[in-house]
Design a protein around this ligand. Structure first.
Ligand code: 5GP
Length: 118
């Protein structure tokens, strides 16, 4: 079982408007905003408004609403940045590279031969 959701995580604060973000898309269930430390131009994050720690504890009904937004923004980012491809990923728990404990999908436009920034 996953540890409990912490309602004071950074993305919860972004959802509450306590921390500013560059918002790209919002609906009743989902928010997308720019990553503050982009690994490539156009790096954005898509999060559900409900509190899930990560994919492991997410309600499948939340994922059903979230994934189509991830798809739309992956296509939009690919077009907007004239990318050759799009990296979409998410990490679950520290051992896998997770640092913010509110479910989020990374969407990163990729260009042939251009490495990600560290
Ligand atoms: P992960 O948990 O998947 O490793 O990554 C968390 C991501 O959130 C990182 O890419 C990091 O740059 C981003 N991030 C951390 N703090 C903030 C913040 O305050 N605002 C925004 N927009 N992104 C953040």
């Amino acid at each position: 079982t996953s540890p409990a959701y912490d309602p004071n995580n950074i993305f919860a604060k972004i959802l509450k408007g306590e921390i500013p973000s560059v918002k790209l898309y919002e609906d009743d269930d989902t928010l997308a905003f720019m990553d503050v430390m982009p690994q490539a131009t156009g790096h954005l994050l898509v999060i559900p408004k409900t509190g899930s720690r990560n994919l492991l504890d997410a309600d499948p009904a939340v994922l059903v609403k979230l994934i189509p937004v991830v798809q739309k923004l992956a296509n939009a980012a690919k077009q907007a940045f004239e990318a050759d491809g799009v990296f979409v990923a998410q990490f679950n728990e520290a051992a896998a590279g997770q640092t913010v404990y509110h479910l989020h999908f990374h969407v990163i436009p990729r260009h042939e031969g251009v490495p990600l920034k560290p």
